[in-house]
Design a protein around this ligand. Sequence first.
Ligand code: NAD
Length: 325
Amino acid sequence: MRIAFFSTKPYDRIWFEPMAKDYGYEIYFIELPFSEETMFLAKGYDAACIFVNDHVNGKMIDYLYENKVKALLLRSAGYNHVDVKAAKGKIEVLRVPSYSPEAVAEFAMAMLLTVNRFTHKAYGRTREFNMNINGLMGTDLFHKVAGVIGTGKIGQAMIRIFQGFRMNILAYDPYPNKSLDVQYVGLEELLSKSDFISLHCPLTPETNHIINEDTIAKMKDGVYLVNTSRGGLIDTQALIDGLLAKKFGGVGLDVYEEEEGLFYEDCSDEIIQDDNLARLTTFPNVLITSHMGFFTVEAMQAIAHETLENAYALENGLPLKNKAE
Ligand code: NAD
């Protein structure tokens, strides 16, 4: 098996290199993202391995198909960046549906605790020997209402964490999981009753901008919102308007709807052209991170292992349990 590996970062090689040797696979590591300009690099390979901001449209699928590339191996759970309908019957799209739900949920909680207790600001102050704590007051989580939107693998890990903090939990999911010890409510009720809201649903046409002007208006004043799922869940302009109107106690964003081309790159010497992102960075109660909820040793190891298992199943005609469809 020969794999063209796009959007390579140094940390990808740590596990993929030795594991690929064990499988007897050849990996061609390419730093460039997968795009219409770079897709020709996959020619002659059995599979193209891509990451979350490598968007794949029908034209690119056709190119891969015509050049006998058999699969797109996604190093991610989400697959909203690939036109899976266009791929049907042409090439397999295999993802990593579960690598470490805890990694993402723990990060979501870290974001929530940070924006609530201002540890990001306190860190800066004490380093400059400004020991003043004015403006750094947070609120207890104990006995507050946590709203979880999407109760799949990561949502469930989040619920377990919220339970540890002894919070009262409300959940919304069009496909409720009856085995969970949690109270399901409609979206409106969750929005109007929650003190802290965490998003864990996938990005689909139905969930695109699920957080918008109307849904923000339904939230409590002073609400905390964390998004570790996909940027497109939030209408950024509506979020900025809400922040300006002091609707939010705090907001944590690990994902952003226009993150492609920015996140994962060092743009510190560039003039940022994205006014919304620039505006968001100015709010003292907003924490933005670069889509790194997954980034733990355990998750990275599991992603490498499961991606290569997907390749192995494809190569050996085994059932493809991780098809994105
Ligand atoms: P999952 O498939 O296990 O769970 C998703 C849940 O969302 C399901 O229970 C589904 O019924 C529910 N859902 C579907 N439509 C919904 C809607 N309209 N409203 C509310 N809920 C809805 O997925 P998961 O493993 O828990 O991952 C969730 C998302 O997290 C992924 O789709 C991905 O976008 C994101 N993610 C982010 C990172 C990161 O590094 N920040 C890492 C992994 C995954």
